[in-house]
Design a protein around this ligand. Structure first.
Ligand code: CA
Length: 230
């Protein structure tokens, strides 16, 4: 049996916290609760979690401070922030601080579950291939967003890193644009999605392929998508 994913739920409002815990446990997650920032920090230091649900407005230490501290300390556990409605600034700063996603209160539990599963899926390839790995004739360092070919260093964006991770974790398999868009962008496919994926692949190829016109690391499979052979 697959091991339960463990979630740290950080929320100071008792009713919401209890409801979240019940719901997540019902759906097969293991849950640890924290009712304020101090508790959360202690729990995060003591345990290993697959994901953290982090309320932004917390007593003692705010969610924002926590997120910043954890990322500064090198913690890579995915974080979904719970933000209050209409606080656009919070969202933006939450994502800048290193949260993986955010959800605005009030939210439906079904929506939250979908987000949790999407984040866990998205972070899985990273775990599967680790933070540093070989990709074609390149050495990839995901945390540093850097790629090396011999002594030449190439900088990549977080999105490009996500694309590389997905290919590296799924070698020798045709990956459709739809799959890539779902896994890397966490979006359902649309016409815009097709263009977005193709544009990012083209840009990435210009960075990593020796000859972008004849790509060897990420190949095109006509009518089907892309493939990385290893
Ligand atoms: Ca709160």
């Amino acid at each position: 049996m697959e091991q339960k994913a463990l979630i740290l739920v950080v929320e100071d409002e008792d009713k919401i916290r209890t409801a979240l815990t019940d719901f997540l446990e019902f759906h097969g997650f293991g849950v640890t609760e924290a009712a304020d920032g101090m508790e959360a920090d202690r729990a995060a230091a003591a345990g290993r979690f697959d994901l953290i649900l982090l309320d932004l407005m917390l007593p003692k230490i705010s969610g924002e401070q926590l997120c910043r501290k954890w990322r500064r300390d090198g913690m890579q556990t995915p974080i979904i922030m719970l933000t209050a409605k209409g606080r656009e600034k919070e969202r933006v700063s939450g994502l800048n601080l290193g949260a993986d996603d955010y959800i605005t209160k009030p939210f439906s539990l079904e929506e939250l579950l979908a987000r949790i599963n999407a984040v866990l899926r998205r972070t899985d390839p990273g775990r599967a291939v680790g933070q540093t790995f070989e990709f074609g004739d390149l050495d990839v360092d995901i945390a540093a967003l850097k790629i090396k070919r011999r002594e030449k260093e190439i900088e990549i964006t977080r999105r490009e890193a996500g694309i590389i991770q997905h290919f590296a974790a799924n070698p020798n398999r045709v990956i459709s644009r739809e799959e890539l868009y779902k896994e890397v962008w966490n979006e359902t496919m649309s016409e815009l999605g097709t263009r977005t994926v193709d544009m990012h692949i083209a840009k990435l190829r210009s960075k990593i392929e020796r000859d972008a016109a004849d790509p060897q690391i990420i190949k095109t499979v006509r009518g089907a998508g892309y493939k990385h052979e290893s």
